[in-house]
Design a protein around this ligand. Structure first.
Ligand code: ATP
Length: 584
């Protein structure tokens, strides 16, 4: 196909704004294209020169392009600069002012009937390949040669392509719609193309295979080492209880949710490539992850999914995302690598030794992951808890918050819990601290126990076991575990504060089920004011148990303050809590 024909289609595209019209124009072009040029047509339409994950650098700054226009037009560079200021777009400059076509550069291209798509591709490749000293001049001349052969409209789009200013309002979705409509008769078939695109991240490849083999070829597209695949995404729910309704399996794997950068690692022997969430190659940014994947992933080939998190090795704690962002740099990578170590927390494996694991369930993939990771403090597998009980999800969530994590990702253990590239479905549900809305009223609860802390909290308590008072039975019945909302000094001081109340066994008046037994018991003395998000039925707490044995618990409890003026018997009663629950 001639580049002129494509440029004319681009001109038409520029005039329309409706998606339907755009799809029609593109589909017409796709139908006319050869299978060997259709890939380039897709890239050019999107303003790219190759698949977006490939690191193609043309190295054509505005100045170089202006020099090329100057060479091709025989006009002084100052004229070109003035025209750039007047017209505001180098494409328009190339369109308007290159008139004297004296073919000085004809030897660069052997063109008879006008530039073809292939000629443009060859020219762009030459520009990309020229590097080192003197390359700017070579690049200038190659573009000048192309411009002097091209017609005005071709010049306009060629320059826009090179300066990355092609803007038709056409995105990947429109191109996929147009491909579906050109080759499969309707844009309704787009999801099939999209699924393949999510695996190979190369729209040109999709177009080429579709043109050549239609859907038979598309179905064969699979994940490939060193080619990024779109990551699976997590859904959100508005109410905590929806997690259970939506997740599609009774067993839930609740994983820690890390606040770092999503990294997809491809390992093939000693070659490791890393891709970001946006599928850019970030291998050079994380030489430490590369090294650790090589060393501690005990399999020849693997594609792994996980989160890179800034990490304090000495204290064994994660830093927030902002810290990791300092690692996003081209220079001084080694220095920053030492200052800000990164721990790679893996949560999935999608490919292992020549075999795709995408169609395996989450439990099977997790088993594979456990088998291949040699765990240590620089690379590890996401901590998780398996449960069929929302209270335990809540409890694990609280623990995560206590350990400075963002929240949890709940993962379905259903046999159909495949790895779905690019999809946001309820097989993964995220639950973060800011999702929890609050109750209008606070509760005053009596502390009867504590759990020992881990990680950052290893020298203090992880959480406190809190109870409401039941005056009829004169008993303290459990409502929640409280671990968030404390200031750092408050937190540190907890063991000291409770030391005088430590006892060896459960206080006589306390009703505690085995599943929530704390590490330490205290005489019920201290009252604490707590705010929570919602009251729910719970099989693990004893507050206001109904005839089926279910009690009421407080979700997402947060410390507000101590209530030294209140005696334990002044605490919120179980009946009050029952009333609050029914009024909610
Ligand atoms: P999304 O990725 O869902 O579009 P987002 O970029 O705003 O949303 P979040 O809403 O914070 O991110 O949550 C999803 C992200 O959490 C994932 O993309 C991943 O990077 C990260 N994450 C951390 N821990 C896990 C985990 N255990 N399982 C899956 N994802 C995790």
């Amino acid at each position: 196909m001639l580049f002129k024909d494509l440029s004319e289609a681009f001109e038409e595209l520029e005039k329309v704004s409706s998606q339907t019209e755009m799809i029609k124009i593109l589909a017409d072009i796709f139908k006319q294209a050869d299978e060997d040029e259709i890939d380039k047509i897709c890239y050019y339409t999107l303003g790219e020169t190759a698949a977006s994950y490939k690191k193609v650098t043309l190295g054509m700054a505005e100045k170089i392009v202006q020099q090329s226009i100057s060479l091709a037009s025989n006009l002084d560079i100052d004229v070109i600069k003035d025209e750039t200021n007047n017209l505001g777009d180098l494409g328009e400059v190339a369109f308007t002012i290159i008139e004297n076509n004296d073919n000085r550069f004809k030897t660069f291209f052997d063109i008879e009937n006008g530039l073809t798509i292939q000629d443009i591709d060859n020219g762009l490749n030459k520009i990309t390949m020229s590097s080192g000293s003197g390359s700017a001049e070579v690049k200038q001349k190659i573009l000048a040669a192309m411009l002097s052969i091209a017609s005005p409209i071709e010049r306009k789009y060629l320059v826009r392509l090179i300066t990355r200013t092609m803007e038709f309002g056409v995105g990947e979705a429109t191109v996929l719609n147009a491909l579906a409509s050109a080759f499969l008769g309707s844009k309704k078939e787009k999801p099939k193309l999209e699924a393949a695109y999510n695996l190979c991240s190369d729209i040109g490849l999709i177009a080429h295979v579709l043109d050549k083999e239609r859907l038979t070829g598309i179905k064969k597209i699979n994940i490939t080492l060193h080619i990024p695949m779109k990551p699976m995404l997590a859904q959100r729910v508005s109410k905590f209880s929806e997690i259970k309704q939506k997740i599609n399996s009774s067993l839930i794997a609740v994983e820690e949710k890390y606040d770092g950068e999503r990294i997809e690692a491809h390992k093939d022997g000693q070659t490791v490539t890393l891709f970001s969430r946006r599928l850019t190659d970030v291998t050079t940014q994380y030489p430490d992850i590369v090294e650790n994947v090589k060393r501690y992933i005990k399999t020849e080939q693997a594609i792994l999914d996980g989160e890179a998190v800034a990490y304090n090795v000495k204290e064994d704690v994660f830093y927030p995302f902002q810290k990791l962002m300092q690692r996003r740099r081209k220079y001084n990578v080694e220095e920053y690598m030492k200052n800000i170590p990164v721990k790679y927390m893996l949560f999935d494996v999608i490919y292992r030794d020549g075999q795709s694991l995408m169609k395996k369930s989450y439990p099977e993939r997790r088993k594979n992951l456990e088998e291949i990771v040699e765990k240590n403090n620089l690379i590890n597998v996401a901590n998780r808890r398996l449960t069929d009980n929302l209270d335990e999800v809540d409890e694990f969530f609280q623990e995560c918050l206590n350990n400075n994590l963002e929240g949890v990702v709940c993962k379905s253990c259903s046999p159909r819990s495949y790895y779905q590239a690019g999809a946001r479905k309820y097989y993964w549900i995220k639950w973060k601290k800011d999702y929890a809305s609050e109750l209008r009223d606070t509760l005053d609860l009596v502390v009867i126990g504590a759990y020992s802390g881990r990680g950052r909290r290893r020298n203090t308590y992880g959480s406190l076991l809190c109870t409401a008072y039941n005056p009829e039975k004169d008993a303290f019945q459990t409502v929640c575990k409280l671990g968030t909302g404390f200031s750092d000094p408050e937190l540190e001081n907890l063991p000291q504060k409770f030391r005088q109340f430590l006892i060896n066994s459960k206080p006589a008046r306390a009703e505690v089920l085995k599943t929530v037994e704390p590490t330490y018991y205290f005489t019920p003395k201290i009252v604490v004011e707590v705010l929570g998000a919602e009251l729910t039925k719970s099989p693990i707490h004893t507050c206001a148990q109904d005839e089926t044995g279910k009690g009421i618990s407080l979700r997402f409890p947060r410390f507000i303050r101590w209530r030294p003026e209140k005696s334990p018997e002044d605490a919120t009663t179980t009946t009050e809590i029952l009333n609050m629950y029914t009024e909610q």
